[in-house]
Design a binder for this molecule. Structure first.
Ligand SMILES: Cc1cc2nc3c(=O)[nH]c(=O)nc-3n(C[C@H](O)[C@H](O)[C@H](O)COP(=O)(O)OP(=O)(O)OC[C@H]3O[C@@H](n4cnc5c(N)ncnc54)[C@H](O)[C@@H]3O)c2cc1C
Length: 288
C-alpha cells in the first residue's frame, strides 16, 4: 500500500471543501471494505483519504410520508435492522440480508456500496426498481440523480472526483406494490451474485396494474426492459407471458464470463431467475 494522509472532516461541508481542494488526489473512505482491497492491490493510490464514515449525522435513517432517506454513511447492517425500513420497505431489508456476510454489512456503507459501482452488487436492482435516487454534494451545490443516471458502466458512476454521495432517497413503495429480490450464487451462498433479480408487481383486481423488473450482475448497468414489463401490464398472470418476459431478459443480458459461469450460462440463469422472481412477486401481490 502506498502511503496516504487520512483526513477526518467533522462535517459534510468540510468533506466537500477537502474534495474541492484535493480533487483527483483524494478518495472518499466509507466503510473501507472495498477501498482497502483496491489500495492494497495498488489499483488506486490516492495521496489523501477523506473519511466520511464518521461524520456525525451522515448515518441517519429518516423518513417522511413519501420518502425513506438513508444517510450515505449508514451501514448496510443498520439499514437491514432499521424498524422503519423493515416496516415500510421490507424487500430492501430482505435483500440486505443476502449481501456478503455480517462482517461486511457491519462496515460497508450505502454511499460506498453505490459509488463502488461493481455490476455484481445486490442493492442496485432493488433500489432501481424502487425508483431510488442519490443526493450528491460538491462545490457547485447539490445534485440529484436517479440510479439509472448514477451508474454509467463497469465501476463507473457519473460523479465528478470532487463530488460525494450524501444520501440515498427511496420512495415509499405505493400501496399494493409487492416484490422480491432473488439472488443466485453459483459458488458459495455468501458470494457476490451471479445473477440478482428484483421483481415488483401491483395488482388491480385479478390483473397486473404495474410490473417492475430489474436484473443485476449481467450487464454494465442494472438491466430494465420496460417493453418486456409492458407485456404483463393489464393482463392476468399467465405462464406464457411470464416465460416471454424472462426470455427477453435472458436475450438482453450481456454478462462477462468469469469463474461464476460462461456468458451463455448466465443468460440462461437470468431467464430462470426472472421467471421465478415474477412468480414469487405475483404470489405476494395476490395474483397467483
Ligand atoms: C468480502 C466482501 C464480500 C462482499 N460481498 C458482497 C455481496 O455479496 N454483495 C454485494 O452487493 N456487495 C458485496 N460486497 C461489497 C459491499 O456491499 C460494499 O459495496 C463495499 O464494501 C463498499 O462499501 P464501503 O462503504 O466499504 O465503501 P469503501 O470501500 O469505503 O469505498 C468504495 C468506493 O466508494 C467511494 N465512496 C465511499 N463513500 C462514498 C460516498 N459517500 N460518496 C462517493 N463515493 C464514496 C470510495 O472512494 C471508493 O471508491 C462485499 C465486500 C467485501 C469486502
Amino acid at each position: 500500500m502506498r502511503p496516504f494522509d487520512l483526513l477526518q472532516p467533522a462535517t459534510v461541508d468540510e468533506a466537500v471543501a477537502l474534495l474541492a481542494q484535493h480533487g483527483e488526489d483524494a478518495r472518499l473512505l466509507g466503510g473501507g471494505a472495498m477501498l482497502t482491497i483496491l489500495l492494497r492491490q495498488r489499483l488506486v493510490a490516492p495521496r489523501y483519504l477523506i473519511n466520511v464514515a464518521d461524520i456525525p449525522g451522515l448515518n441517519a435513517i429518516s423518513s417522511d410520508h413519501n420518502t425513506l432517506r438513508l444517510g450515505a454513511a449508514s451501514t448496510l447492517r443498520a439499514i437491514e435492522r432499521s424498524d422503519t425500513i423493515r416496516a415500510r420497505c421490507p424487500v430492501l431489508a430482505e435483500a440486505l440480508r443476502s449481501v456478503g456476510n455480517i462482517r461486511v454489512r457491519n462496515v460497508a456503507t450505502i454511499g460506498g456500496h453505490l459509488a463502488h459501482a461493481d455490476v455484481h452488487l445486490d442493492l442496485p436492482p432493488v433500489l432501481c426498481a424502487l425508483g431510488a435516487s442519490v443526493v450528491v454534494l460538491g462545490r457547485h451545490g447539490d445534485r440529484h440523480f436517479s440510479l439509472d443516471e448514477l451508474f454509467v458502466g463497469y465501476y463507473e458512476t457519473c460523479l465528478a472526483p470532487t463530488e460525494m454521495i450524501a444520501a440515498v432517497d427511496v420512495p415509499t413503495p405505493p400501496p399494493g406494490l409487492q416484490g422480491v429480490y432473488l439472488k443466485y450464487c453459483s459458488l458459495s451462498p455468501n458470494d457476490w451474485p451471479t445473477v440478482g433479480v428484483a421483481a415488483f408487481l401491483r395488482a388491480d383486481g385479478e390483473r397486473i396494474a404495474e410490473a417492475r423488473i430489474v436484473v443485476g450482475s449481467v450487464s454494465p448497468r442494472p438491466l430494465r426492459l420496460t417493453e418486456a414489463e409492458d407485456l404483463l401490464r393489464g393482463e392476468r398472470l399467465n405462464s406464457g407471458a411470464v416465460a416471454e418476459v424472462a426470455r427477453r431478459y435472458g436475450r438482453a443480458a450481456d454478462p462477462l464470463p468469469d469463474i461464476r459461469g460462461s456468458e451463455d450460462y448466465k443468460r440462461r440463469v437470468t431467464e430462470v431467475y426472472v421467471r421465478r422472481a415474477v412468480e414469487a412477486a405475483a404470489t405476494r401481490a395476490g395474483l397467483a
